[in-house]
Design a binder for this molecule. Structure first.
Ligand SMILES: *[C@@H]1O[C@H](CO)[C@@H](O)[C@H](O)[C@H]1NC(C)=O
Ligand SMILES: *[C@@H]1O[C@H](CO)[C@@H](O)[C@H](O)[C@H]1NC(C)=O
Ligand SMILES: *[C@@H]1O[C@H](CO)[C@@H](O)[C@H](O)[C@H]1NC(C)=O
Ligand SMILES: *[C@@H]1O[C@H](CO)[C@@H](O)[C@H](O)[C@H]1NC(C)=O
Length: 618
């Protein structure tokens, strides 16, 4: 081969591997922004949670456009960096890996591509979320595929599964594990919890955390004297009654041993201080955030004598999931950062997306539609669009022709914003991954039907006994909102994921027009947790439920209506109906509305009809 051809070939190869398989080919390039540095310690962690299938990264948002392959490279490079310093690095994932993205939901069976991609990351400890347990076959796939793929690293402190062949309950995975880190010799006892979840399918058993920590095995584990750190990972909010209970239980026998928690479920960046030696990190959602944590000043097995009673230093950082952040924290660049393995994983994701035809376009959104960045009554609100256009124009049941309907949809049925531009098969799963359909009760006085919605929206305390972990409204609204008590967030715009009465996060002089809008987190350690300095995004509260009156002849005040609702919220609607004075037996009187049409399918059909790709329609 002549030199020219050889170098041409090499250049081609190189260009191909760099441009095509660093992040997904259709993902936008990251934008430069001021970056803070991570603080390394003896023991360091990378953490993901609530990834919900977003292993391809965000294809419409440059700040979060790195994919799982890039994360594989990042973890390898960070591990190399730790090794050269004689430090340790552990990689953690705390569940809800399933449901919420075409890469998971659009395959049959669901999840076959995701589990194949996921296993390429070396994860030291992982646990199950609630989404792994909603359906019988999802937890079985977890038991037969993900647990073995990460054998020894998957922990299930409070989950049992009915074994599909023996029909006997067995632990989904080991309850806990003790291990010693490779470089520092730090002795760790680790647990993996799920919050007190009750909506699981009946083939799994979730023991309440508060009961689990009284069990013998847990009591023995926390009495082990040769422990330098208790590590509690789990799909549990870091500010929660469950983690407080675990903290107190460990402290009651180990008043001094450092404890590190990793949590999730609320989809937010958060950091909790339990005491001066116990902290918890929550690392957001949807592959937007790679959480970084370091601890320095731990005792180790290499020391004969425990160090004097010093307090270790804990540092946290929320890393935006994009290549510029990854280059920054590894000190590498586009030529030196990527590993062969990482690029192979990016290629695997690309092939999987192609096989699933996730880029198939159903229509083009003429503008952005937001969940919480605008007031919910605004024309730019996805809920307002559903209320005024999609639901009234699409909802009708052949057996109820001419009957007006009042339809109730919980705001949590929508999971993500819609961006102007192509709306694809993938977008459908991202915006509305649930398979729920509609049910109804016929001929309800309209006045009473309206009252049901009022109860659902204004009287959340009535529903208290129905749902604990995320609070009574937790299951109805998007999870991000559950993180804050109802009265803390006003209906006016407040800072990203933070209560209205908080001080600004950064001095206003730092908000130049050059900054990209994004996370500006305030947590128990202050305002310097985000690696990227962003301009804040406004956040508005949404109601628990939206409603739409659907009536063919434009009657605005019918005498009676069919009360239609998403089947997922039937128990709430039934309870609210009782409080509204309706004497209805839902188990007897409720029936399927629009058989074989799901909420997601209804949105998808409307988009195919109405959003052509010439950007002219609205
Ligand atoms: C981050 O670390 C780099 C390399 O050590 C240093 O040059 C830079 O000033 C640091 N940046 C900040 C914001 O501390
Ligand atoms: C579970 O069953 C449903 C319905 O048959 C199917 O669509 C889905 O792919 C299955 N999921 C898994 C993880 O096997
Ligand atoms: C679990 O639920 C299924 C249907 O959802 C039902 O057929 C089965 O009998 C239930 N099993 C137990 C042990 O309750
Ligand atoms: C959407 O399409 C349907 C069916 O063609 C039509 O009735 C409706 O008016 C359209 N909506 C908008 C907002 O264009």
């Amino acid at each position: 081969m002549s030199f020219f051809f050889f170098s041409f070939f090499v250049t081609l190869l190189f260009t191909f591997s760099l441009t095509s398989f660093a992040r997904q080919p259709s993902a936008p390039a990251p934008l430069p922004a001021p970056l803070r540095n991570v603080t390394w310690g003896q023991l360091n962690f990378l953490h993901t949670t609530d990834t919900h299938g977003w292993l391809a990264g965000h294809l419409q948002e440059p700040s979060y456009a790195a994919d799982w392959g890039d994360y594989v490279s990042f973890a390898s490079r960070m591990r190399e960096k730790a090794d050269t310093q004689g430090a340790d690095l552990l990689v953690i994932d705390t569940g809800d890996r399933v449901e919420g993205n075409g890469l998971y939901d659009s395959s049959e069976p669901k999840g076959v591509y995701i589990s194949d991609v996921l296993r390429h990351q070396h994860i030291d400890l992982l646990s199950s979320g609630n989404h792994e347990l909603y359906k019988e076959n999802t937890s079985q796939a977890e038991f037969f595929t993900t647990v073995p793929n990460f054998r020894g690293n998957y922990l299930a402190s409070n989950i049992d599964i009915i074994h599909p062949t023996t029909q006997e309950p067995v632990p989904l995975a080991p309850r806990y594990k003790k291990f010693t880190t490779k470089n520092q010799g730090i002795r760790i006892v680790a647990f993996g919890f799920l919050f007190d979840f009750t909506k699981n399918a009946n083939n799994t058993i979730v023991r309440p955390v508060e009961d689990t920590i009284k069990e013998d095995w847990f009591q023995e584990a926390i009495r082990d004297k040769d422990v330098d750190l208790f590590l509690v990972i789990g799909h549990v909010p870091v500010h929660s009654k469950e983690y407080n209970a675990i903290f107190k239980e460990i402290r009651s026998t180990r008043w001094d041993t450092p404890i590190q928690f990793f949590g999730g479920h609320y989809h937010i960046r958060d950091f909790a201080r339990y005491d001066s030696k116990a902290y918890g990190l929550a690392s957001g959602r949807f592959m937007e955030t790679i959480g970084f944590m370091s601890i320095d000043g731990l005792s180790t097995s290499h020391q004969r004598i425990k160090p004097a009673l010093t307090t270790p230093n804990f540092h946290r950082m929320y890393i935006d999931n994009n290549l510029l952040s990854f280059y920054h924290h590894t000190g590498l660049d586009e030529e030196t950062f990527h590993t062969d393995h990482g690029q192979k994983v990016s290629r695997l994701i690309h092939q999987s997306r192609n096989a699933l035809q996730l880029d198939e376009i159903y229509g083009c959104a003429p503008r952005d539609l937001w969940m919480s960045r605008v007031r919910y009554t605004s024309d730019e609100s996805v809920y307002s669009w559903l209320e005024k256009q999609v639901l009234p124009q699409s909802l009708r049941d052949d057996s109820r022709v001419g009957k007006p309907a009042l339809v109730i949809v919980n705001t949590g049925a929508i999971r993500f914003d819609i961006f102007k531009g192509p709306f694809t098969r993938d977008t459908t799963y991202i915006v509305s991954p649930f398979t729920s359909g509609f049910r109804y009760i016929k001929d309800i006085p309209y006045e009473k039907a309206k009252l049901v919605v009022e109860v659902l929206n204004k009287q959340p305390q009535i529903l208290t006994d129905l749902h604990s972990p995320a609070g009574p409204v937790g299951m109805l609204t998007p999870p991000e909102q559950s993180a804050y008590p109802h009265d803390l967030i006003a209906d006016s715009g407040v800072n990203t994921a933070f209560p209205a009465d908080q001080a600004p996060l950064l001095s206003s002089s730092q908000f130049t027009d050059d900054l990209i809008p994004g996370y500006t987190t305030i947590d128990d350690a202050g305002t310097d947790g985000d690696d990227t300095v962003h301009k804040p995004i406004s956040f508005y509260r949404v109601p628990n439920c939206i409603q739409s009156l659907v009536s063919t002849d434009a009657v605005t005040n019918p005498a009676s209506v069919d009360l239609v609702y998403i089947d997922f919220i039937e128990s709430y609607v039934a309870l609210a109906a009782k409080y509204a004075g309706l004497n209805v037996d839902f188990t007897r009187d409720a029936d399927v509305y629009m058989p074989s049409t799901s909420f997601t399918g209804l949105i998808q059909d409307w988009i195919k009809e109405n959003w052509t790709c010439d950007h002219e329609t609205s």
